[in-house]
Design a protein around this ligand. Structure first.
Ligand SMILES: [Zn+2]
Ligand SMILES: [Zn+2]
Length: 183
């Protein structure tokens, strides 16, 4: 393991803990542990139960691919599992889970984790700003109308699976037409 991956994992757990503190759920925090999986490829999060301690496992790949609002919703989903395990000794996605998840604005299902479709990348030489998108939202379709979230400069959009990129609405249309079925 590299130092860098340790730092990212520490950051994930730290941010998840801070978020969890603000979630109005009656979890026994003394019996809750956090972990990060570098290997989980299909699930953004999971919750394990050993009969005493609940362990929430978060996917590093999901953290890197999701924006924070999406990832925080995964944290709340797993907190509901932890709460069910602690209160009832088991957990699923049934009616009790659904009620609690709805109350906390968490997704009902463990989200299947996918790579983002689009990557926004600043064109400023010094700037390292990037942003990930799953939908072809306006900043994806008309990048010339938006600005880098860090330096305010222009950015380009990459269609991740094909590697094609564009900087304008015309470029977006061209890439989409060129890719056809592969889009
Ligand atoms: Zn779940
Ligand atoms: Zn920038």
């Amino acid at each position: 393991m590299t130092d860098e991956s340790l730092t990212v994992d520490d950051e994930i757990v730290a941010r998840a803990r801070i978020h969890a503190r603000d979630v109005a759920i009656d979890v026994d925090w003394e019996c809750l542990e956090w972990a990060v999986s570098a290997r989980a490829k299909r699930r953004a999060g999971a919750c394990r139960w050993d009969g005493e301690v609940a362990t929430i496992v978060l996917s590093r790949r999901a953290y890197e691919a999701y924006d924070w609002a999406q990832f925080a919703a995964v944290v709340r989903h797993e907190l509901v599992h932890a709460w069910e395990f602690q209160r009832h000794g088991k957990s699923g996605h049934g009616e009790r889970f659904r009620r609690e998840a709805r109350r906390l604005e968490a997704p009902r299902h463990c989200e299947a984790f996918t790579d983002p479709r689009y990557l926004l990348r600043c064109l400023g030489g010094e700037c390292t700003w990037e942003s990930r998108r799953h939908q072809a939202s306006k900043p994806v379709r008309t990048p010339e109308n938006y600005r880098c979230g860090s330096c305010g400069g222009d950015y380009e959009v990459e269609h991740v699976s094909s590697g094609r990129s564009w900087k304008t609405a015309a470029g977006y249309g061209g890439a989409k037409a060129a890719l056809g079925e592969e889009w």
